[in-house]
Each structure stands twice: as C-alpha cells, then as structure tokens.
Design a protein around this ligand. Structure first.
Ligand code: SAH
Length: 442
C-alpha cells in the first residue's frame, strides 16, 4: 500500500473531518511501510494510506494524481474496498435517511451523497413512483394521488440516477451498482420489507467534474430500463420527472421540506416562483390554496413540465408558466407595479467558485432587491442560494443589503438548508451548499 505523507500542519483540516488531500499538501509518496520506503507515484484510482508529516495515520483514500484533489479519504481505518464495503456504506446511508423519516416506498430521495455519506465521489438519487405514460393512461382523476396510482398500477417502482465523480469509483462502477441493487433489494431489518431494488439505473454526470477528474463523458441507462418520464409523489403531490432530459438528476430533491414550509404561507396569496424549474415551489403553493402562482424560468422544457405538473395536481387555473430571464422579469414586474404576497427565489449557483463570488453576490443582491420591492406589506420572501462558495454569513448580509436598498425591514421567520437526504457533515464544509432564508417584510 502506497503512503501519502503530508507536509507539516496539513493534517489539521483532515483531523476535523475533511476528507480531501490537495496536490500541494503532499510532501511525498512512499511505496510501502517503513521510514526507508522508496518514493513512488500514484496511479489513478488506486487506494493509498494518508499520514501526517509526523507519520500519524489519517485514513485510507482513493487516489488520483491527475486531479487537484489527489486523495479522498473514505475511511479512518485500514478498510479495504470490496463489494461488502460498498454494501455497508450504502446501508448506513439508507439508515440515515430512514432515521430522518424517509419512507422508501413512497418517498424519493438522494440515497448516497458522496463524501457526506463516506463514499467520496458517488451520488445516487432514488426516484419512486410510476411511468408517466402508464399513469396518465390508467388514472383519470385529478389531482392524482399515490393511492389512486397504486390502485390502478400496483406497487410503486423505483429508478436510480447515479453520478461517479471520482476516478476510483468510476473504475469500480459495476461493483457499486451491484452493491446498490443488493442492499435495496434486501430488508434493512428482518422485520421490514426491502426498500426495493431499482427497475433501472441511469447515469447523468455533471460534465465539468468528470473533466477535472480526467474521466470520459458518458451517460445513459446502465442497468435495466428507465422510462423517459415518471411521476413521483413529494409531500403527497404528484410531480413529473424526466430522468434523462431533466436538469441535474431530474428533480431537485434537496428542496422538498422547504417547498412544504413555503407553501404554509401561500393560502390566499399571490405567489411568484422565480427560477421555478418544473414548479416545485409554485405547485406546492397552488395546492396550498394560493390565489395565483406564477412560475418563471428561462427553460422552455422546464415550463412545459410546470404545465404538466399543474394538470396532474388539478391547479391549471392558478398556475401560470412564464418563460423569461429572471432579472428582466423582476424589473418589468416592478415597472408594472405588480405585487406578490410570497416570492420564492431559487436561482442556479451564480458562484461556481470562490473567485466568482463577488460577481455572484451582485447577481444575488439584484434579484433579492427586486423581489423585496414586489412584496406587499406583510409578504414573505423565501430566498435560496445553492452556491457552496457563498457561506451563510455572507448570504444573510447580502439579503440585508438588498433589503436596505429596497427600504424594507425583513425579519427572519426561518433559516434552512438542504434536506436531510443531503447530509451536512461537520468539518466538511463542501457538504453544506443550500441556504434558504424565510423573511417577512414589514
Ligand atoms: N426552484 C426549482 C429549482 C431551481 S434550479 C425547484 O424547486 O425545483 C434553477 C433554475 O433556474 C433552473 O430551472 C434554470 O433553468 C433557471 N434559470 C437559470 N438562469 C435563469 C435566469 N437568468 N432566469 C430565469 N431562470 C433561470
């Protein structure tokens, strides 16, 4: 086993739970045990031990000399990587979701969140429901409910969308998929039904990350079959999800709880769902009794799905889908003196890196400022940022600055993060990316 010896002091972050070793943090690579071991070079995807400069053992890692992150620690001990290892990690990840209240029969969720579930570079989103075309043919009632769907089509089926973001895991892809199928196909406890093995597994990698790891671009169905469109039930509401055509893995599962909580302010309200994607927030608001819910996005495909979701939920009369750039839409709405009682801002990650943070902050501030101006007195702003590079403190300060410019005094009703299926691991700041502030303006 090769050993990555760190430079003095570089172990501090790792001792607090951070799993990465950057290329400039390693003093040398040794070929094996002992002080006199000869120097070596790391092979992409191999397993290596990480030690401090004083030779304190820090953990075992997946290595990739071609990445800026040359090692990702997957275990604090000398644990090997076989199918049993992956099964243990996946089972532990499932137990974490189960403890957070997810019901694998009804609820779709991220079942593995990479480093935050101690499986660096592997992400799996599990969607449970029915094929969209079958459901539309079999169930005429609207809104569609889980019970109606089950009565017509039998028990729900699941599909998984996976991403391999590190070389080492990509190399072990088949082993991981087998482990995933086996763990989901067996009961977590003998007294329970199995969560359910997937009918299909597909891959949808974010291009950029694979390029950084030097991995070929590839996507498609890896196992079984995946229908183009499926219907899942989130907070009991039906949503159409396009696994292959949709953004990311098809549905932003991380906002489930925030959508439910935002909807609590929607009854009788005029609601603006800005950067709506397929209408996650807007549809929840409409179902909670909003007077009107306007969903705005630049993506025409996403807006078609908004209409489809409105139909599945029997809220076509209250939901409008508007194709527009959000900066322009908000300015135009202000000129026309439009007013809303609830505005949700869920833009894409403006800051992809720390370097672009200042530009991103200007963008965030601009839309928050405009959104605050559109609120009626007593109205609620639900404002999100999924930029990991933007920390909570700066995010809040940005909202305060926007409020000062808009001459509003918001007070905080709630402050939330991504859902518990995207665990936040202390010591690994990269795992906290989604901020979601709830503010009422006076
Ligand atoms: N709120 C959504 C997720 C939003 S993801 C949900 O609950 O599912 C961010 C969305 O912003 C994407 O759908 C993307 O198409 C859209 N978007 C990106 N740039 C935009 C812009 N300039 N104006 C409007 N929408 C934009």
């Amino acid at each position: 086993m090769k050993r990555i010896i760190l430079k003095p002091g570089e172990e501090r972050r790792i001792l607090l739970g951070h799993p990465w070793v950057y290329d400039n943090e390693a003093a040398c690579i040794l070929a094996g045990p002992g002080k006199e071991a000869p120097r070596a070079v790391l092979e992409p995807g191999e397993i290596a031990d990480v030690e401090s400069s004083g030779k304190t053992y820090l953990g075992r890692a997946f290595a990739n000399p071609h990445s800026k992150i040359i090692a990702r620690i997957y275990s604090p001990s000398k644990e090997g990587v076989d199918k049993g290892f992956f099964k243990r990690r996946i089972r532990e990840a499932l137990l974490r979701r189960r403890a957070a209240g997810y019901d694998f029969r009804r609820d779709s969720c991220r079942v593995v969140f990479a480093e935050a579930d101690f499986l660096p570079g592997f992400i799996a989103d599990r969607f449970t429901g029915w094929p969209l075309d079958e459901l539309e043919a079999a169930v005429q009632e609207r809104p569609v409910t889980f019970e109606l769907a089950e009565a017509a089509l039998g028990p729900p089926v699941s599909w998984i969308s996976v991403q391999f973001l590190s070389y080492a895991l990509d190399k072990r892809r088949d082993l991981i998929l087998e482990a995933l199928e086996e763990v989901l196909g067996a009961p977590l406890f003998v007294t329970e039904d199995p969560p359910g093995a997937p009918a299909g597994i597909m891959e949808k990698p974010p291009v950029k990350v694979r390029e950084l790891e030097g991995l070929p671009l590839r996507e498609g169905v890896l196992r079984g079959t995946c229908p183009a469109g499926i219907v899942i039930f989130e907070n009991s509401l039906p949503f159409a999800v396009y696994l292959e055509e949709g953004q990311k893995t098809g549905h932003y599962l991380d906002q489930r709880d925030n959508r439910r909580l935002a909807a609590a302010f929607a009854a009788g309200s005029r609601v603006l769902d800005a950067c709506s994607y397929t209408g996650g927030f807007g549809i929840h608001a409409a179902r909670a009794g909003a007077e009107a819910a306007v969903c705005v996005d630049v993506s025409a495909a996403a807006l078609e799905t908004v209409q489809e979701n409105a139909a599945l939920n029997a809220v076509t009369g209250t939901v409008a889908a508007v194709e527009a750039d959000i900066f322009e839409y908000l300015r135009r709405a202000e000129r026309k003196k439009e007013r809303f009682d609830l505005v949700i801002l869920d833009p894409p990650a403006f800051a992809k890196t720390r370097a672009s943070l200042n530009d991103a902050l200007r963008g965030y501030k601009e839309i928050n400022l405009q959104a605050l101006k559109l609120l009626n007195p007593g109205g609620v702003l639900v404002t999100c940022s999924c930029s990991q590079a933007l920390d909570e403190g700066r995010f809040r300060r940005m909202v305060a600055e926007a409020a000062a410019d808009a001459e509003k005094r918001p007070y905080q009703l709630d402050f939330r993060y991504q859902g518990p299926d995207h665990p936040i691991l202390l010591g690994y700041d990269e795992s906290l990316y989604l901020k979601c502030g709830f503010y009422r303006v006076c």
